[in-house]
Design a protein around this ligand. Structure first.
Ligand code: ADE
Length: 225
């Protein structure tokens, strides 16, 4: 899979993909990520990519021309399955949307800033608009990093234990059960006996019940979906 990211702050995306699973995905050649500075397509020598909004009001808007030229230039190299704009008014990112994205070959992510991007780019180029939650961040870079991480770990071969993504929280609209590791007793706090029993059927049943209990307690909305 290849992911291009268009941003005015490429420095913000230098580190997130250089560790752990995203590094492994790239080292194994399963994922390539290119971060592009939008200022390469600025409208003047001052690097301008934003302007005041028509109709007045506080906050700048990212201009059509740099974005359109950038997308056109990148699209000469590959055909994008989706052009995704990260924005708080997009559709909420869920595990099932992440699963769908992980099946694509080429994605272009656009990070917004200031008041956002000119609506004409959204109408004429963007194919998906994604929000990572109902809160506003100062830009789309961290949401883009989150999206890439969530997608990247699902690419076959990235996770060491191929089955572990299937038991993640949310994969079946249910949270994960509690987990324990050594020692069996720490400060008098014990690991549930059943996990030490060696009876895999009972362990699976217990995990399912615990996952369900946790979901009912914390996220009953998931069970209604
Ligand atoms: N940009 C700013 N806030 C955002 C959010 N919550 N999701 C996606 N992009 C954003």
């Amino acid at each position: 899979m290849h992911i291009d990211i268009l941003t005015v702050l490429p420095g913000l995306l230098e580190s997130p993909f250089q560790h752990s699973m995203m590094k492994r995905a790239q080292d194994k050649g399963l994922l390539t990520i290119e971060v592009h500075s939008l200022r390469q397509w600025a409208v003047n020598e001052y690097g301008q990519v934003d302007d005041y909004q028509y109709g007045g009001g506080a906050g700048m808007v990212m201009m059509c021309e740099p974005l359109a030229n950038a997308i056109d230039a990148l699209a000469t190299k590959r055909k994008y399955d989706e052009i995704i704009y990260l924005t708080p008014d997009g559709e909420r990112l869920t595990q099932s949307r992440v699963n769908q994205f992980s099946l694509q070959q080429n994605l272009l992510l656009i990070c917004g800033h200031y008041k956002g991007i000119d609506e004409r780019i959204r109408t004429n180029y963007v194919t998906r608009e994604i929000s990572i939650g109902d809160y506003v961040l100062s830009g789309g870079e961290l949401p883009a990093a989150i999206l890439v991480d969530a997608i990247g770990r699902l690419i076959p071969g990235v996770l060491n234990d191929e089955t572990s993504a299937l038991t993640d929280s949310f994969q079946d609209n249910i949270l994960s059960p509690p987990v324990y590791t050594r020692p069996e007793e720490f400060r008098g706090w014990k690991v549930p006996d059943i996990l030490l029993s060696g009876n895999h059927k009972n362990i699976d049943d217990w995990r399912y019940e615990e996952a369900l209990r946790r979901t009912k307690e914390r996220r009953p909305d998931l069970l209604n979906d």
